[in-house]
Design a protein around this ligand. Structure first.
Ligand code: NAP
Length: 269
């Protein structure tokens, strides 16, 4: 009796949960995994993808925050599941791949959004003072983790008819702009953060080449200078607009491959 009750869709299962269950068995519904989806641009990216009918795996390094993010999205009518994923943890990455495989069997969109700014101060030029600890911590999250997670999920992205990978880069990763004598980003030469995004851009270009001839597209997105914990209060862009570049690249039927852009405008590498 007890066992039967467990498998019956009783009146205690909400409509949102039923929608989730339907989407999980619907092969035409897109599935997206967004890292760092508990706040900032990541949460908003998950929301905007969900509003467009995508089932979202809201990944966050803290289990409780992941479930809270998924719960908040579900309350808005979005099909979402929470997933604990510290992107610097190999065990979490392997568990995320198993979870996605077992629950959905494929992945259509991966948004590598989680990122950190680990330097003591923003702005100026810290090339002569940046510490090894700042460099390594930054690269662990912003570069090495992205490659490990992407490689773990590539087989499932390959099963999508139109796999999309969006790497959250930054205009601060542009070597071309930093090399200009009057660079518009000269006031922010934070070596660890900036070079981690330059390296991430290298991954975008190299992976795009490796994926030539497949249905997968990979691109770097600069969200803009956005009012988040990372961007700070002085940032001119609201979070709702900061998610738009990622969402557009994630959903575009005719997405480019190996591009670096902000709101559709190309950026110099
Ligand atoms: P944010 O509000 O500080 O959020 C960062 C997110 O990344 C949080 O969810 C954080 O989780 C997560 N995260 C950090 N380390 C993680 C780890 N090891 N595992 C899993 N999640 C981790 O920053 P944001 O402004 O939304 O930034 C999102 C992305 O956009 C970043 O890659 C950033 O570099 C890029 N970006 C932002 C701006 C801007 O102006 N805001 C500009 C250019 C690029 P916790 O809550 O657990 O810390």
């Amino acid at each position: 009796m007890r066992t039967r009750a467990r498998f019956q869709a009783g009146p205690d299962i909400s409509e949102t949960r039923r929608a989730n269950l339907r989407s999980m068995s619907n092969p035409t519904q897109k599935i997206a995994l967004v890292t760092g989806a508990n706040r900032g641009i990541g949460l908003e990216t998950a929301r905007q993808l969900g509003q467009r009918g995508v089932t979202v795996i809201a990944a966050a390094r803290d289990q409780v925050k992941a479930q809270q993010a998924a719960g908040a999205l579900q309350a808005e009518g979005i099909s979402a599941v929470g997933l604990k994923l510290d992107v610097t943890s190999t065990a979490d990455i392997q568990a995320a791949a198993r979870f996605t495989e077992e629950r959905f069997g494929r992945l259509d969109i991966l948004v590598n959004n989680a990122g950190i700014f680990a330097e003591a101060h923003f702005g100026g030029n810290n090339s002569t003072t940046v510490t090894q600890a700042e460099l390594r911590r930054t690269f662990d999250t912003n570069f090495f983790a992205v490659i490990e997670l992407t490689q773990a999920l590539l087989p499932m992205l390959g099963r999508s008819p139109a796999g999309r990978i969006v790497n959250l880069s930054s205009i601060l990763g542009s070597l071309t702009l930093h090399a200009m004598p009057d660079s518009p980003i000269a006031s922010a030469r934070n070596l660890a953060y900036n070079s981690s995004k330059t390296a991430l851009n290298a991954f975008t270009i190299h992976l795009a080449d490796a994926l030539k001839g497949t249905h997968i597209r990979v691109n770097s997105a600069h969200p803009g200078w956005v009012k988040t914990a990372l961007g700070g209060e002085a940032a001119p862009m609201e979070i709702v607009d900061g998610a738009k570049t990622s969402v557009a690249l994630a959903l575009a039927e005719d997405a480019p491959n190996g591009s670096y852009s902000h709101l559709g405008a190309p950026l110099p590498w």
